[in-house]
Write a protein that binds this ligand. Structure first.
Ligand SMILES: C[S@@+](CC[C@H](N)C(=O)[O-])C[C@H]1O[C@@H](n2cnc3c(N)ncnc32)[C@H](O)[C@@H]1O
Length: 301
């Protein structure tokens, strides 16, 4: 797992009592079984029912996060109640360049918590203040709050239920977690985001939603000059187009209009000396459709 994620083994061992390492019982799907998953992904794309990202309209997120907020209010805060709808069990998930299946229907979600914990713990351990953009149900801030009892945490999102869930998390852990309404497409709310030169910024499966419209948010980050920007996102430029499973992931990514162009844009900024890229890595793990946890860490110079 350490090799797949690209962090030292110690990062996977952080707080095992709170975030136990999942039972890694899985079978690699080969031959016709692998072909069938690729077919399945392509058929779902062809059905044309998947909603493309990129529109400046939060209505769907308002509805989806409203449902999870109600569950959190009814059942309390936990990893399970904060689990977003997109972690629903599917016939297979992607791991190490293969499709794998498990007898545990929550295998992909449990492994995702491990991957999130390891990446957040590894990259953000040295920063006293962390702001997450597109924080969703607050799952990453819930993990961060327990990994790092002393850090200042803030979550930003463009819909109210998301910030309401941060309130529930803060109350359940009895520690403050700030919240700001902010739109990554048009930067509405930007003046209220407490971003300072000592702050680390994180996005996870959130900039994916911007499609090719990442320039305003990139400009915002360059302007605010945080100490570190960590992105945990599906990065389409890092796939191997000659591999059938990757070709299906690329097709899925483009069909959903997920983030595209950001990696070359950052490489160009690094080339001209405006930023330093600290890490760029394809993380070979994700749901049946694509690898969602590839990492880009950089800092403005
Ligand atoms: C796929 S969810 C990821 C949530 C969370 N970061 C995670 O790791 O599970 C995408 C999040 O981005 C938010 N989002 C999408 N477009 C946005 C925008 N233009 N501005 C701010 N937030 C946005 C959504 O409300 C949602 O919370």
């Amino acid at each position: 797992m350490s090799e797949i994620i690209g962090v030292p083994p110690a990062a996977l061992e952080l707080m095992p009592a709170v975030f136990p390492f999942p039972f890694l019982g899985y079978r690699i799907l080969r031959g016709r079984k692998r072909d069938r998953v690729v077919r399945n992904v392509l058929d779902l794309i062809a059905e044309g029912k998947l909603r493309p990202a990129g529109a400046n309209d939060p209505a769907n997120w308002m509805r989806g996060w409203g449902c999870i907020r109600d569950i959190v209010r009814d059942e309390g805060v936990s990893l399970e109640t904060l689990s977003p709808q997109y972690h629903k069990p599917l016939p297979a998930c992607r791991l190490g360049g293969d499709y794998v299946e498990s007898d545990d229907p929550l295998f992909e979600f449990k492994l995702s918590v491990t991957v999130r914990k390891a990446l957040l713990g590894h990259f953000l351990k040295d920063h006293g203040k962390i702001v997450e953009f597109g924080c969703g149900t607050g799952l990453n801030l819930f993990i961060l709050a327990q990994l790092f009892p002393d850090k200042e945490l803030v979550g930003c999102d463009w819909v109210a239920p998301s910030l309401e869930m941060l309130g529930e998390i803060a109350a359940s852990l009895d520690r403050p977690i700030g919240g700001c309404t902010f739109n990554m497409l048009d930067l509405a709310g930007g003046d209220d985001v407490p971003l300072a030169p000592d702050t680390a910024v994180v996005t996870a499966l959130a900039m994916e939603q911007l499609g090719k419209d990442y320039l305003p948010f990139l400009g915002f980050l360059l302007d605010k000059k945080p100490a570190l920007c960590l992105h945990i996102e599906p990065l389409v430029e890092l796939y191997d187009a000659d591999d059938a499973a990757d070709a299906a992931a690329i097709r899925y990514h483009r069909h959903r209009n997920y983030l595209e162009g950001y990696v070359p844009a950052l490489r160009a900024l690094a080339g001209e000396g405006t930023i330093e890229i600290i890490s760029e890595r394809r993380v070979k793990f994700g749901n049946m459709f694509h690898d969602q946890y590839s990492t880009l860490a950089w800092r403005p110079l």
